[in-house]
Ligand binder design. Structure first.
Ligand SMILES: *Cc1c(COP(=O)(O)O)cnc(C)c1O
Length: 428
C-alpha cells in the first residue's frame, strides 16, 4: 500500500514515531507474551467453569439462583486464584468496592494501615482523612500511613506503625496520581510477608485498580487476602458498562457481600440486570486491551523521553498502565490534553479546559473521549495544573488509536513552539 502521511503531521514526527516503534520491537514482544499468557488464563477459566450461552440471561428482582452471576464470580475466583469473589454492577466503582471491603472488614477501634503512603484521592473521605459524613472514622476506625522513603518502602516505619489495633493493611499497587513509584506484584508479596511476620492476622487488601493483567500473576497469588478493582478499568476490557469486583478469602467475601446487600442475604441476592454478557465479553478481551494500553503508554513514554522530557516509567513496569510525562508548563499540558481529546472516538469536537474539581487543591484538566463515562481503560489524559506540570496518560483500547493520538500530541507541541523542530531533527 502506498501510504502518504496518513497522520497529517510533519515528516520529522512521522519518522520519529517509526524509529521509536522499531526500537520497541522487543519490548512489545514481551507485552504480547504477557497478553498471551493472560488470555489463555481467562479462556481456561471460562472452560473450567463451563461458561455457556445460558449464563448471559438477565435476572430481575431479588436475583435468586442467578447462575450467570454466580459463574462469573467463579470465573474471577479462578483467574485470581481466590476462594471466592463478588463481581457486581451494584459495586458502582473502584471507590465503592474499596469502601464496601474496608467497611465490611473493620470494626470500631480497629486501625487501617496504608504501608505505601497516601491512598488514592477518593479514599481520603472514605477513610475520614478528610472529615466527611459516613466515613470510617465516624465509625471509630482509625488510620495510619507510612510514606515511602524516596523510591523505597519504609519497612522500619511499618514495623513501628503496626500495633494491637492494626486490623487491615490497604496496599495500593498503582501510584495513581501520587509521586511514589507503582509497586510490582513481587514487591507486594514481600510487603505482605513482612506485615504478616509482625502480626499474622492482619488482613492484607490490595487496591488492584489499573493492575489487572499487566503481569502474569496477581496480588492474590502472593498472599493478599482480598483484591479489589473496577470494571471500567482493566478487567472490564472496555466492554463492561460499569461495576466492580472484590476477590479473596471466602469468609472475607461473605462479609463484603453482607455489607453490600444485607446480613442474612449476602451473595444470594443481586439481580444481574442484563450486564453479564458484557462482563464476560469484556473479560475475554481484557488481556488484549490491557496490552494495547501498555503499548500506547510505552510508545508515548519513549517518544517523549527522546524529545528530552522526563517520563515515568520508560519501560513497562509490570505494575499498572499509567504513564506520566513532565511537560513543564501549563501551555504544554493544555496542548497535550487537547490533542488527546481532539483525536478521541467520542466528543472529538470538544476542547478540555482546566477547572476546579471538588476534592482537589489545584485546577485539573481532563481529556477523555470515551464510550463509557469515566472509563480510563480507554485513552485518557489528565493533569493537575501545578508544578512540575505532569500529564498522566492511561488507556488505549487499540494501539492504532493510541499511537495516532500520541503522534498528534507531539505535532501540537511543535505547533505551539514547545518542541523545536530543528533540535528534534537531531534526535530522530
Ligand atoms: C481509579 C482508582 C481508584 C478509584 O476507582 P473509581 O472507579 O474511580 O472510583 C482507586 N484506586 C486506584 C489506584 C485507582 O486507579
Amino acid at each position: 500500500m502506498e501510504r502518504k502521511n496518513i497522520y497529517g503531521v510533519c515528516s520529522e514526527v512521522e519518522l520519529l514515531a517509526k524509529n521509536i516503534l522499531d526500537e520497541l520491537k522487543d519490548e512489545f514482544a514481551l507485552i504480547d507474551e504477557v497478553c498471551e499468557y493472560n488470555s489463555i488464563k481467562v479462556l481456561e477459566a471460562f472452560r473450567k467453569n463451563r461458561l455457556g450461552e445460558n449464563h448471559f440471561y438477565m435476572t430481575t428482582g431479588y436475583g435468586y439462583d442467578d447462575d450467570g452471576r454466580d459463574t462469573l464470580e467463579k470465573v474471577y475466583s479462578t483467574i485470581f486464584k481466590t476462594e471466592d469473589a463478588l463481581v457486581r454492577p451494584s459495586l458502582v466503582s473502584g471507590t465503592n468496592a474499596l469502601y464496601v471491603a474496608l467497611s465490611a472488614l473493620t470494626r470500631p477501634y480497629d486501625e487501617i494501615l496504608s504501608p505505601v503512603g497516601s491512598p488514592y484521592d477518593t479514599l481520603e473521605k472514605v477513610i475520614g482523612i478528610k472529615e466527611t459524613i459516613g466515613s470510617l472514622k465516624e465509625n471509630l476506625v482509625s488510620f495510619k500511613k507510612v510514606d515511602f522513603i524516596g523510591e523505597q518502602i519504609d519497612y522500619d516505619g511499618i514495623k513501628k506503625a503496626i500495633n494491637d489495633n492494626t486490623k487491615l493493611a490497604t496496599i495500593q499497587r498503582s501510584k495513581g496520581y501520587g509521586d511514589r513509584p507503582s509497586i510490582s506484584v513481587e514487591q507486594i508479596g514481600e510487603l505482605i510477608s513482612f506485615i504478616k511476620s509482625i502480626k499474622k492476622d492482619i488482613i492484607c487488601l490490595v487496591d488492584n485498580c489499573y493492575g489487572e493483567f499487566v503481569d502474569v500473576i496477581e496480588p492474590s497469588e502472593v498472599g493478599a487476602d482480598v483484591v479489589v478493582g473496577s470494571l471500567i478499568k482493566n478487567p472490564g476490557g472496555f466492554i463492561s458498562l460499569g461495576g466492580g469486583y472484590i476477590a479473596g478469602k471466602k469468609e472475607l467475601i461473605e462479609r463484603c457481600a453482607c455489607r453490600l446487600s444485607a446480613p442474612g442475604l449476602g451473595k444470594e441476592v443481586g439481580a444481574n440486570l442484563g450486564v453479564l454478557r458484557d462482563n464476560y465479553r469484556g473479560l475475554f478481551v481484557a488481556p488484549n486491551v490491557v496490552a494495547n494500553a501498555i503499548k500506547t503508554s510505552v510508545f508515548a513514554m519513549n517518544i517523549y523521553d527522546r524529545l528530552g522530557f522526563k517520563v515515568e516509567p520508560l519501560k513497562r513496569n509490570k505494575s499498572d498502565i499509567i504513564g506520566a510525562i513532565t511537560l513543564g508548563s501549563r501551555e504544554g499540558v493544555m496542548a497535550f490534553c487537547k490533542a488527546i481529546q481532539h483525536h478521541s472516538p467520542v466528543d472529538s469536537y470538544l476542547t478540555p479546559e482546566p477547572y476546579a474539581m471538588p476534592g482537589y487543591e489545584d485546577e485539573v484538566i481532563m481529556a477523555a473521549g470515551a464510550f463509557v463515562q469515566g472509563s480510563s481503560i480507554e485513552l485518557s489524559a489528565d493533569a493537575p495544573m501545578r508544578e512540575p506540570y505532569n500529564v498522566y496518560l492511561q488507556g488505549g483500547v487499540t494501539f492504532t488509536h493510541g499511537k495516532y493520538a500520541i503522534i498528534k500530541t507531539v505535532q501540537s507541541l511543535i505547533d505551539i513552539g514547545m518542541i523545536d523542530k530543528e533540535k528534534m531533527k537531531r534526535k530522530i
